[in-house]
Design a protein around this ligand. Structure first.
Ligand code: G6Q
Length: 538
């Protein structure tokens, strides 16, 4: 089987990298005063300036050739038309269908899935209206004021991130909480000031068997029934389920009328725009949710139809391949200059690393190149006063994605100009640096000068968008989803399974009873010792 490293474009990129790796961004900007314009692109209302990357026109051409040799356009079509590209689970991958219009047609096993998607959306909308209008009441007849989403991984990170991101547009009469960790503290703190009679629990679990979520769901049921002094019948007014597993939902005691379904072709980390987004819809209303879906859709269409060289997710994805495989970069920082996006890096960590954190190709071979970098980040400007030191002067090359908005949702004095000045300044400082001569010219003593030199030549992308709206959030998430797919296609891995999380889960199930009774232990000496010490201390 041909490996990625055998492809013509890969070989050319290897020698091209040799010839440009020592070129400084200062030089590249000096030699072309239109460089900023040349390496910029606007689509779907997102302006991407990628000129502060260590690339030339030739680099871009070769990366695009690599995408074509990897059959990216064909793979995009295969994904969007419902081919079972998740080969290790024999599933289609159709998060893009979740945001398709009602008159679209996407077939899975010969059946058009669009009508059922819209039926669920309509059911979610009607439910949200009944909650916000006060028509839906709890067991004691009071309207719902608190919404607690119980889920983990893909059933938590999207909902939390979207709630935080769109808080400006949210219904402030409702309080939202998110419980994910099996650590009882998470549940206890999320509910300690809530009245059960005004609280709705959304149990978000595709499988409805996940240990953490089911433990929290059972605790929630006990908490509610104890506080209300009620019997099981109260559950119907305070619990709804988001799941693909109707049997488990009814076994838990939730009426399947209060279940919002989705399908096995929606991966957990790609599910925030499915029924898993019920908390988002409750927060921003059905119209806001549909606006968000329209944003996702616009980016889907762009990804599917724009030429590769004018395609935002394609370029972003290929730049990640460029740094990971040719410069040996191990991480990518995502730095949103918007407080509302504070959970966006955490959301992206799952999307990117659970998708492409793989080392076996679609053909079953071990890769002989690197795959997903480690994604991380914090909102600006906070990160500047913490880890940016390492990005500027450390020994690692860390490509950065800066995300900035022209308009603030909370315009206070000159806060926003200061915020934006910081993001532009960081990109400039990382790229251009500061030479020893400049440092000396400022009057710095010779012996201190090396400490104050900024090498520069540190790459970044800047995404500049007018304003954060539900539609823009949809576009941003879809941009990264498709960037991840682009990377996965080039690396020839399956971005849609996550077998790597299984082993730990299985072992944890085995260890729980061992912590609860003094049974014989047959682990390694380290694990045995930890279990024994825990038993004696607990
Ligand atoms: C995401 C993963 C994983 C999943 C959680 C929760 O892509 O599959 O993070 O979302 O394990 O699973 P359930 O929704 O089934 O509880």
């Amino acid at each position: 089987m041909t490996s990625l490293t055998d492809l013509t474009a890969w070989k050319k990129l290897t020698s091209h990298h040799d010839s440009i790796k020592s070129k400084h961004l200062r030089e590249l900007f000096e030699s072309d005063n239109q460089r900023g314009q040349k390496f910029s692109l606007e689509a779907c209302g997102i302006f991407l300036d990628y000129s502060k990357n260590r690339i030339t026109s030739e680099t871009v051409e070769l990366l695009l050739a690599l995408a074509r040799e990897s059959k990216l356009p064909e793979r995009i079509e295969a994904m969007m038309t419902g081919e079972k590209i998740n080969i290790t689970e024999d599933r289609a991958v159709l998060h893009t269908a979740l945001r398709a219009p009602a008159d679209a047609e996407v077939l899975v096993d010969g059946e058009n899935v669009i009508p059922e998607i819209h039926a669920v959306l309509d059911k979610m909308s009607a439910f949200c209206d009944s909650i916000t209008s006060g028509k839906w009441t709890g067991h004691t007849g009071k309207p719902i004021r608190n919404v607690v989403n119980v889920g983990i991984g893909g059933s938590d990170l999207g909902p939390v991130m979207a709630y935080e991101a769109l808080r400006h547009y949210s219904n402030r009469n409702l309080t939202f909480r998110f419980v994910s960790n099996v650590d009882g503290t998470d549940f206890a703190e999320a509910t300690q000031d809530l009245k059960a009679e005004e609280t709705l629990f959304i149990i978000a679990s595709k499988t409805f068997t996940t240990q953490e979520t089911m433990t929290n769901a059972h605790t929630a049921r006990t908490w509610l029934l104890d506080q209300l002094g009620a019997d099981q019948s109260a559950v119907a007014k305070h619990f709804v389920a988001l799941s693909t597993n109707a049997d488990e939902v009814s076994q838990f005691g939730i009426d399947t009328d209060n279940m919002f379904g989705f399908w096995d072709w929606v991966g957990g980390r790609y599910s925030m725009d499915s029924a898993i987004g019920l908390s988002t819809m409750l927060a921003i209303g059905p119209d806001g949710f549909r606006e968000m879906l329209a944003g996702f859709r616009e980016m889907d269409e762009h990804y599917r139809t724009a030429p590769l060289d004018k395609n935002l997710p394609v370029l972003l994805g290929l730049l990640t391949v460029w740094y990971t495989d040719f410069f040996g970069s191990q991480t990518t920082a995502v730095l949103p200059y918007d407080q509302y996006l504070k959970r966006f890096p955490a959301y992206l960590q799952q999307l990117t690393m659970e998708s492409n954190g793989k080392s076996i190709t679609l053909n079953g071979d071990h890769v002989d190149y690197d795959t997903s970098p480690i994604y991380w980040g914090e909102p600006g400007t906070n990160g500047q006063h913490s880890f940016y030191q390492l990005i500027h002067q450390g020994t690692h090359l860390i490509p950065c994605d800066f995300i900035a908005f022209a308009k603030s949702l909370n315009p206070l004095g000159d806060h926003h100009d200061k915020l934006t000045a910081n993001v532009f300044a960081q990109g400039e400082a990382l790229a251009m640096g500061k030479t020893k001569q400049q440092v000396l010219d400022e009057g710095t003593p010779e012996e201190l000068a090396p400490h104050r030199v900024f090498e520069g030549n540190r790459p970044s992308n800047t995404l500049l968008i007018e304003k954060l709206t539900p539609a823009v959030l949809g576009k941003l998430v879809a941009l990264y989803e498709h960037s991840v797919f682009t990377q996965g296609v080039v690396w020839n891995v399956n971005p849609f399974d996550q077998w790597g999380v299984e082993l730990g889960k299985v072992l944890a199930k085995k260890i729980v009873p061992e912590l609860q009774a003094s049974t014989d232990l047959a682990h390694d000496s380290s694990t045995n010792q930890l279990i024994e010490r825990y038993r004696s201390l607990k």
